[in-house]
Design a protein. Structure first.
Ligand code: ADP
Length: 270
């Protein structure tokens, strides 16, 4: 059967003995594909009804002055809940897109400084002055990747820092050398995370504090998105945190993903 998928495990015993085990994972693979398709289809189908609801609610909210007070409050509640649902559906769709196609077709040379500055502006808007956000660039090489995907990954990390680090925290968005490669780093000196949560943090819907993260508007998919974006860039996510001592999220790229600094761009930056 040409559609069969086999997984081989080869174990060496001494110099000349091998144990070869073959496992038929066709069914597992099909089930996984069904799960992905199902999530993608449901998310897609939810988009239209949500758009209709949003449209009507906007009209009612414009008429808020004419509505009885209790009704007005209800409309505001419905608006915020449909917004949440929309964020969730968008993140689910993004995630299934990231899982389902190969990626790489939109990879260009990225200037990490421009990327970090754009994310900083958005994070500042979300923070509304409750945190100090700064961009630090210590590496001159540029990065090869998808502009859209990297922007979404770093935004997720920066928005998390704004949402979870707490008021008065300092947030640093940094591009720096890391081993032979380099890393995009989002660091905060806020509330931090108990290390026992770290291994599961990138799982879908895994949250340290469910109540709080729902209140802050997260979907529970942010770090799963970051992880998938990085997988498509041969990069990995490293999380370093302790309770009460802030958190550092590093997107670590191998040197094969870096390009020598463009002299023109460097001249402009200086
Ligand atoms: P969401 O933020 O939507 O809940 P994420 O996948 O983005 O989902 O994050 C998972 C969890 O990790 C969050 O619920 C939060 O508990 C924790 N977290 C993420 N970033 C930070 C941070 N900078 N400081 C403290 N906790 C964080």
């Amino acid at each position: 059967d040409e559609n069969m998928i086999l997984q081989f495990q080869i174990t060496l015993y001494g110099d000349d003995e091998r144990l070869v085990m073959a496992r038929d994972i066709t069914r597992l693979h099909r089930l996984e594909q069904m799960r992905r398709d199902f999530v993608a289809n449901v998310s897609h189908e939810l988009r239209t009804p949500l758009t209709v609801l949003t449209g009507y609610l906007e009209t009612y909210s414009d008429m808020a002055g004419m509505l009885p007070e209790r009704l007005g409050k209800g409309v505001a509640q419905m608006q915020s809940q449909t917004r949440r649902m929309q964020n969730l559906v968008n993140d689910l769709l993004l995630l299934s897109r990231l899982e389902n196609d190969q990626g790489g077709s939109d990879h260009v040379r990225l200037d990490p400084t421009t990327l970090l500055q754009a994310v900083k502006r958005d994070a500042e808007a979300l923070s509304g002055g409750r945190q100090q956000i700064e961009v630090v660039v210590e590496e001159s090489r540029s990065l090869t990747g998808s502009e859209k995907e990297m922007h979404s990954a770093v935004s997720n990390l920066a928005f998390n820092a704004v949402r979870y680090a707490g008021d008065g925290a300092h947030i640093t968005l940094r591009w720096r050398a890391y081993g032979e490669g380099a890393c995009l780093e989002v660091e905060d000196d806020g509330e931090g995370i108990d290390p026992r949560h770290l291994p599961r943090l990138t799982e879908r819907f895994y949250r340290v504090d469910k109540g709080r993260s729902t209140a802050t508007g997260g979907t529970g998919l942010g770090l799963a998105i970051v992880k998938h974006v990085l997988l498509r860039h041969e990069a990995r996510l490293d999380i370093d945190s302790r309770l009460g001592e802030g958190a550092t999220f590093r997107c670590i790229f191998p040197s094969s993903r870096l390009a020598a600094a463009d002299p023109v761009a460097l001249g402009r930056a200086g």
